[in-house]
Structures are given as C-alpha cells and as structure tokens.
Design a protein around this ligand. Structure first.
Ligand code: HEM
Length: 372
C-alpha cells in the first residue's frame, strides 16, 4: 500500500493498528498469559460484538439523518434500504457469534466468573445507544428486578458518571430517533394522490380509510367462512365468529389513535404504511415499501439476537442470577418478548388484505402509473 499524501509506504499493521488491537485482551490482568484460553475467548468475543455495534450505530445515525431531510429523493431511498441491509447483516453476524461463546463450558466460565461481578453486558453502552437511536421508549423499558435503572448501572462503583454513562447521555440528547424521523417522512406520503398540505387532504385520507375498512371487513368475512367449514361444534363456531369480530374491530381502533398515542399524526403515519403496502407496485411506492420491509427485517433480527443471547446464556449458566443482578434468562427472554420499536410496521401486517380486495386508487397517475 502507498499513501498518496506522503512518500512513506503505508503498512497493513499501521493502518489496521494490529499491535494495538492484539494488546487489548488481557482483561484485569497485566499480562494476557495469566489468563486461560476460555477467558481470553470471553473477552475477545465481547470486543468483537462492541465493534459490530459501533458500525451499526454509524449506519443507524446515517439513516436517521437521511429521513430528517425535508425532501427525501427517490434515489436516497435505495441508500436507506442499503443501510438497513447492512445493519441486518451485522445483526446476523452478531447472532452467529453466540456460537463461539457457547464453546465456553459452564465449569470453565465459573472458574473466572466471580471476578467480573457485578459487571455485565447490561453495561454495554453501545447496545443502549442502538436502542436509543432506533427509538426504544423509556416507558417501554423492562425493570431489572432491582432498584437500578439501566442508567444507574452505568455509574462507576463510587456513583460517579462513567464514560459509558456519558456516551448514553449523549445518545439521549442526540434527537430525533430513527423512528421519529421515519414517521415524519411517512407523514408526508401523499395518500390517494393528495399531499398532506392540500386543503382536502384530510377528506381524502378519510375516504381511503373508510374504503379500506369496508374491504377489510369483506376479507375477514371471506376468511371466517372458510374457518367455519372446519369447526364442527357450535361452541367452536361461536368462538371463531367472536375472534374474527375482534379482528374487524381492532382495525377500526387502529385508525382512531387517542391523543396519548399521538392522535392525528399517528393516524396519518399508520394510513401511509398501509397505503404503501397496499399499492407497492406503483413506481413511486416501490422504494418506500422496500425501506419499510428492510426496517421490519432489522427489528426481526434484533428480536432474534435477543432470543439467541438468552439461549446461549441458558446453555452456559443455566437459570442462575446474572452477574449484573437480574433474574438472568427470564429477564433476557422478557426483553425479547416485549422490546418493539416499529410497532405500527408490524401491526399493519395484521390488517393487510389480498390485492384483489384493495380499494381502487383515486389517482394512480400521481405515483407514476400509466395504465395500458
Ligand atoms: C458466557 C457468556 C455470557 C453470559 C453468561 C451472559 C449473561 C447475561 C445475563 C445473565 C444478562 C442479564 C443481565 C445480568 O443480570 O447480568 C446479560 C445481559 C446482556 N448481555 Fe450477556 N452474557 C454473555 C455474553 C454476552 C455477549 C458475548 C454479549 C455481546 C455483547 C452480551 C451482551 C449482553 C447485553 C447487551 C446485555 C443487556 C441486555 C438487556 O438489558 O437488554 N452478553 N448477559
């Protein structure tokens, strides 16, 4: 390698900082040779994760910045989808990495576990930063089972703020989140050919939703009819009918969000997601739909990452209390179950209907669609 700005030839070791990197796996010892191979593996695997988290953060911030611009050009959307695909690939690699961690036998881990106490992955500032930039809300965080918030856990033993805490506090100040930025962009989606700043936009939105609700009702009736063919007993038929009635009702409620859920803004966001998914063949909606699907994939992989971590933990330490003091596997399973950020993107999947039942578009030409 040669460096164009000076005559000195660049070396691999200078550029990649190999020596510096290889000198960082000694944990609390002064010399890595004092540690077992198991412990060096434990440290190294965590460090590799932190590097992947670092890259994820850069990508997620770039995606957030992209959606915050008042006009997101068509070609930029392919860039946003590419960002999400990279984040998904990183998350897949992280999930695979637990395979390496699992080569650590329980007995060998217990040989050095006590010296970590009370350190824990719970103190991984970068994972918190990922959650924060994505848009995990404080009210949705799960208690740790102790009187200790995730921010308290980032304080040094004497209570002073650590570099990790400062990092997370900076992330909290670095607004908006990707979720918020995405919603701002979704709010601007023209529905049935009408942009939100048009004086008639509200009426057009209402018309789209009322047509959609009617089509959805038809779709549910059609499915219920098939379901009833299988149910022999009256009791089961009654149960199924009630269940499908709840489905119908939940769609109506979904489009009447209360003020605590964001009121009209949320209604428009939800309608935009539904609109994009329903008419995704239209040239102007193809990339938006790719982006939404890529985001669902990121969140799905995040959930799988959490589940995989919990299974690895169960294999290595069973169901004992975590070094950080949580209930261990139960706590981790709970985060996998409950932590969701892009809830509306998921919810719309429950409401979608087959293409043949979709309401007719009022202005297909607006989206670059010319019928033959
Ligand atoms: C033998 C290996 C591991 C064990 C036994 C283990 C165990 C645990 C346990 C029990 C918790 C719950 C908090 C506590 O009470 O300590 C936890 C949290 C966590 N661990 Fe691990 N872990 C291991 C490896 C890893 C690795 C390689 C990573 C990668 C960075 C990681 C990342 C995390 C994160 C980010 C949390 C916080 C999860 C949350 O609060 O949502 N862990 N770990």
């Amino acid at each position: 390698m040669t460096n164009s700005t000076n005559s000195k030839a660049t070396t691999y070791w200078d550029y990649i900082k190999v020596e510096e990197l290889l000198a960082l796996q000694n944990g609390l010892a002064t010399d890595e040779d004092e540690l077992s191979n198991d412990e060096v593996l434990f440290i190294t695997v965590h460090q590799v994760f932190e590097l992947w988290f670092k890259l994820m953060l850069r990508e997620l911030r770039a995606a957030r910045d992209l959606f915050m611009s008042p006009n997101v050009a068509e070609q930029e959307l392919s860039g946003a989808a590419a960002i999400m695909h990279r984040v998904s690939t990183l998350l897949r690699r992280c999930t695979d990495h637990f395979l390496v961690m699992e080569t650590l036998p329980t007995r060998e881990y217990l040989g050095f576990r006590d010296k970590l106490m009370p350190a824990s992955g719970f103190q991984s500032a970068q994972l918190r930063e990922v959650e924060i930039i994505l848009g995990l809300e404080e009210k949705d965080r799960i208690g740790y089972g102790l009187d200790l918030s995730y921010l308290d856990a980032l304080r040094a033993a004497d209570g002073s703020p650590s570099p990790a805490l400062k990092r997370v506090e900076r992330a909290l100040d670095d607004t908006p989140t990707l979720k918020f930025a995405l919603e701002e962009w979704l709010c601007r989606t023209p529905i049935d050919g009408m942009a939100p700043d048009d004086p008639k936009a509200e009426q057009r939105l209402n018309d789209f939703l009322s047509d959609y609700l009617a089509a959805h009702s038809l779709s549910v009736d059609r499915t219920l009819e098939c379901a009833l063919l299988l149910a022999g007993k009256d009791h089961d038929r009654k149960k199924l009918t009630e269940r499908y009635a709840v489905e119908k009702d939940s769609v109506r409620k979904f489009f009447q969000p209360g003020e605590d859920e964001g009121g009209q803004r949320t209604r428009r966001v939800r309608a935009a997601i539904l609109f994009i998914e329903t008419y995704r063949e239209l040239p102007l909606l193809a990339w938006p739909r790719e982006v939404l699907d890529a985001l669902v994939e990121v969140e799905q992989l995040f959930v799988i990452f959490r589940q995989r971590h919990a299974r690895m933990v169960e294999r290595v330490i069973g169901r004992r209390t975590g070094t950080g003091g949580s209930a261990g596997v139960d706590y981790l399973d709970n985060t996998a179950l409950k932590y969701r950020i892009f809830r509306d993107l998921w919810a719309v999947r429950t409401l979608q209907i087959p293409a043949d039942l979709a309401p007719e578009l009022r202005d297909a030409g607006f989206y670059g669609f010319v019928s033959a």
